[in-house]
Design a protein around this ligand. Structure first.
Ligand code: ZN
Length: 370
């Protein structure tokens, strides 16, 4: 009955120790026949019975330890040089790991798939951080190294992640996340946020795999654009509307500050019309109520004699075109942006908002102020 509850094959349960305030301890031994020496074939004799304590899955809501009373065998043949050896049972636990096999698989899934922190899992199992970390490394490394882990990807995304801060001055260490945007899976992470790491990672995938990428999602940063230009030049580059909008707002602000300097001869002060309307300019026309719209138009009338800021404001929001078929609606292609701004290009005063380049299937928009 006890063996059924413990759930391990071919073991005898020797005892269950229940000490208040301590993890539940289950003592077991394997139920295997006496082995023969591999060198001479003589039946082995028991040399020692060492105890190995392994962290196991929680039982009945309590942290549990599996106390495995192992067999250490020796060859009785005096002319044989086999010496002694200790039994192995991978179904119970692997050598040099402090957890049982089933607990190791469970913590790896908790950390890797469910996204729980190592410390959180360590508290639940009543053990320390290093035990969980070592186990996740041991069980997770073969999964990461599996060549079939990454299938064909049609929409690839790159994004920077602040990995940790290091040293006395808390220097930032960045990493680049490589993501299958279509399925929302994190494929891998490489150190740094420059082009070298992602380029090397993509180069290892092979040309056939690269040819299957139709869309490349990025955050408008130069290094990631270089990665896609170099490695997948035929993929349509797309960006999250947040990044496009952030860039558009930044350029609109530059137009506002330039006009402010040209008309008033100084930086914005609290009573200057263009300074007062800086927050209203970050809203699209449809998000303004009547009072806000009247105020914004009045301030622009007073501070923007040639209508440059107003035109830039109008060019800002149409810049966000539709999504790309096959890619999440959260993304917008550069081509959509190009259509929005390109429509304003003919306007003499909007010459400062211009399309920077147009290469093959890709169009990059530089909402650039000169
Ligand atoms: Zn022997």
């Amino acid at each position: 009955m006890c063996e059924l509850l413990v759930g391990l094959p071919d073991v005898n349960v020797l005892a269950v120790d229940d000490v208040a305030g301590q993890p539940l301890e289950i003592r077991i031994e394997t139920r295997t026949p006496r082995p023969c020496c591999e060198d001479c074939g003589v039946l082995a004799t028991v040399k020692d019975r060492p105890h190995v304590v392994l962290v196991d899955l929680p039982a009945f809501g309590r942290p549990t330890r599996l106390c495995w009373r192992k067999f250490r065998w020796r060859c009785p043949n005096r002319v044989c040089g086999a010496g002694s050896w200790t039994e192995h049972a991978p179904t119970i636990g692997w050598p040099r790991l402090a957890m049982t096999d089933r607990a190791g698989r469970w913590v790896t899934a908790q950390v890797g798939r469910s996204g729980r922190t190592i410390n959180e899992v360590a508290v639940e199992l009543g053990t320390d951080w290093h035990t969980i970390n070592d186990t996740v490394h041991a069980f997770g490394a073969p999964l990461i190294d599996d060549p079939n882990r990454i299938g064909q990807v049609h929409s690839l995304g790159l994004d920077e992640t602040l990995f940790f801060r290091r040293g006395r001055w808390k220097r930032q260490r960045w990493a680049t996340s490589i993501v299958d945007v279509g399925d929302g899976h994190l494929l891998d992470m490489v150190p740094g946020r420059n082009a070298a790491g992602p380029c090397a990672w993509l180069a290892r995938r092979g040309q056939d795999w690269l040819d299957g990428i139709e869309y490349a999602a990025l955050d408008l940063s130069g290094p990631y654009r270089k990665v896609f230009d170099t490695m997948v030049p035929d993929a349509v580059q797309v960006a999250d509307p947040f990044h496009v909008q952030k860039l558009a707002n930044q350029k609109l602000d530059e137009v506002r500050r330039r006009v402010q300097n040209q008309t008033c001869g100084h930086r914005g002060r609290k009573d200057d019309p263009l300074y007062r309307c800086r927050r209203l300019l970050t809203k699209a026309d449809e998000r303004l109520d009547d009072a806000g719209r009247t105020k914004l138009l009045g301030l622009l009338e007073a501070g923007d004699p040639h209508g440059e800021v107003r035109t830039a404001w109008h060019a800002n929001y149409p810049a966000l075109g539709g999504g790309v078929k096959g890619v999440s609606d959260r993304f917008v292609s550069f081509r959509g942006v190009g259509g929005g701004v390109g429509g304003c290009r003919g306007h003499g005063r909007v010459g400062r908002l211009r399309r920077a380049s147009h290469v093959g299937r890709r169009r990059f928009v530089g909402l650039r102020c000169r």
